[in-house]
Write a protein that binds this ligand. Structure first.
Ligand code: ADP
Ligand code: ADP
Length: 234
């Protein structure tokens, strides 16, 4: 079973001004251990697709199966459970608690898990080691770290529940090129250890770290070849 299996998904927003079809027949399959990049210009539907993949929103029509579980028909409560147990999120703005230690930040998602309290610190420790953050920082407040270190803490937090899928939305958007490469290198190493990773970016050099890139234009997905053909026609 693929980790992500989206078939014929439409997402149509209804506003006072009318209907906006943000996704128009998206199908996407991502296997376990794959590292996928999704690229697209502003307004193309990236956030809409990410919200669906992240179980924050559901397709208007079509289906989304996550590890074989049909999530497009779950209640909001069940979606929240899926988010906290099967998914890890990484954001452009890191979203760490500033005056809280690195270790506590990484332990946060475990509050909602069934991991026994006595094991939580060890879990967080392991997640931090897996992203290569030196131990000397684990008891520092997160706001004492550099941007690249903060993003690695955020990746560790995303990993601590051992999710099926890590979703990263513009994870290098607030980082300089060198630091951004370091963060992408971290994802790459996680992927080599079998993690399934989806990164949204508008930067082709960032996307180049992935195994495969799909492009989104006007709510439709294009492969690399289709994107090249599209650009050649302009
Ligand atoms: P991107 O993330 O690539 O910038 P979005 O997914 O945010 O694209 O938006 C895709 C389209 O859907 C745009 O036309 C946008 O204006 C529209 N859209 C996004 N969110 C909403 C919403 N909550 N209500 C109405 N229209 C929306
Ligand atoms: P960006 O960093 O790309 O600017 P944000 O980090 O502000 O975006 O987050 C994007 C969206 O995800 C927001 O609507 C936010 O409420 C939501 N969000 C933030 N943290 C989590 C989380 N841990 N789980 C689920 N949704 C989250």
């Amino acid at each position: 079973t693929p980790v992500i299996d989206v078939q014929g998904a439409y997402r149509i927003y209804e506003t006072a001004a009318g209907f906006t079809p943000a996704l128009r027949g998206v199908s996407l399959s991502v296997a376990r251990g794959e590292f996928l990049a999704i690229m697209g210009p502003s307004g193309s539907g990236k956030s809409t697709l990410m919200n669906i993949l992240g179980c924050l929103d559901k397709p208007t029509t079509g289906f989304y199966r996550l590890e074989g579980l049909e999530v497009s028909e779950l209640s909001d409560d069940d979606l929240a459970t899926v988010r906290s147990t099967r998914l890890g999120f990484v954001f452009q703005s890191f979203n760490l608690l500033p005056r809280t230690t690195v270790l506590r930040n990484v332990m946060l998602p475990l509050i909602y898990s069934d991991v026994p309290v006595r094991d939580r610190e060890l879990r967080a420790w392991r997640a931090l080691r897996s992203v290569g953050l030196p131990e000397e920082h684990y008891l520092h407040h997160s706001n004492e770290l550099s941007g690249g270190q903060m993003q690695r803490v955020a990746i560790a937090r995303a990993l601590v529940n051992d999710p099926a899928l890590v979703l990263a939305d513009e994870p290098t958007g607030n980082l300089d090129t060198t630091t951004g490469e370091m963060v992408m290198g971290t994802f790459r190493r996680l992927q080599r250890r079998g993690k399934t990773i989806v990164v949204i970016t508008h930067d082709a050099e960032v996307a180049a770290w992935a195994d495969r890139t799909v492009h989104i234009r006007d709510g439709r997905l294009l492969s690399d070849e289709e994107e090249r053909a599209y650009l050649a026609r302009l």
